[in-house]
Design a protein around this ligand. Structure first.
Ligand SMILES: Nc1ncnc2c1ncn2[C@@H]1O[C@H](COP(=O)(O)OP(=O)(O)OP(=O)(O)O)[C@@H](O)[C@H]1O
Ligand SMILES: [Mg+2]
Length: 229
């Protein structure tokens, strides 16, 4: 298994420092993977000092075109700081929203630790194999998933926040259950961000219409049930 040190030539020195800190504090061990990578992050599998399997999401410090960050940080009320601070703020917002969702009973990885640009959370998968994205693994009960996902949207909305990037690319199928991941675009629900709630509902409704769901709840009805009360 490659030790964190091996990554000195892959990651910038701040990321290596953060990885070493998490390793010496026991939150992560050797990194395996990446088990996932996106435009803005790598996700590795590791094991913590308790022997729990953990997912380690590292937001890249070296990305050139992180255009949406300033817009989101402004919507979130955080404006200051250079590029590295912005990435750290970005990671902190993601971590906080993941924690909120997990704490109210939304199926999501349990958050364990945030340090700089790195999020350590529950690994959703079996043995060393991560659960597959819902876009690739459609072996699930359509009615039950629709009910659960609408339930998650409404629950988060009533608590005043939205996932912000809900799609089958950010939902894992873990033993037939939906798990929401990637809260990097989550926002507080306000009049300024209501359009992002509507976008989430729209994405889920379109996806489930294609899957043949008969009881689609209209955007208006869902928004009303969140905003009324
Ligand atoms: N907790 C987890 N357990 C297992 N696999 C995970 C976990 N979190 C993320 N992954 C895997 O890593 C991939 C990338 O994660 P995520 O969607 O959070 O980041 P991203 O796509 O880089 O973010 P962005 O959408 O901002 O580019 C996911 O598609 C998934 O396959
Ligand atoms: Mg993603």
């Amino acid at each position: 298994m490659p030790k964190v040190k091996t990554f000195q030539h892959v990651f910038d020195k701040d990321t290596v420092y953060n990885l070493n800190k998490l390793e010496s504090d026991g939150y992560i061990g050797s990194l395996i993977g990446p088990v996932g990578s996106g435009k803005e992050s790598y996700v590795f599998l590791s094991t913590d000092y308790k022997g729990r399997k953990v997912a380690v999401k590292i937001h890249r410090h070296n990305i050139q075109s992180f255009n949406k960050i300033p817009v989101y940080l402004r919507l979130r009320g955080s404006k200051t700081g250079g590029f590295l601070k912005k990435i750290d703020d970005w990671s902190r917002f993601e971590y906080n929203f993941l924690e909120k969702a997990f704490n109210i009973g939304v199926n999501a990885p349990e958050p364990y630790r945030l340090f700089g640009n790195i999020i350590v959370m529950q690994f959703i998968g079996e043995d060393l194999v991560p659960a597959r994205l819902a876009i690739k693994d459609t072996d699930f009960d359509v009615d039950s998933w629709y009910t659960k996902l609408v339930g998650f949207i409404v629950k988060m909305g009533k608590r005043g926040f939205i996932h912000g990037d809900l799609s089958p690319y950010n939902i894992l199928n873990f033993n037939g259950e939906p798990y929401l991941i990637d809260f990097s675009q989550s926002l507080k629900l306000t009049s300024l961000t209501k359009e992002f709630l509507i976008r989430d509902i729209h994405n889920i409704n379109n996806w489930f219409s294609r899957l043949g769901e008969k009881n689609i709840i209209s955007e208006e009805k869902m928004v009303k049930s969140i905003l009324v009360e």
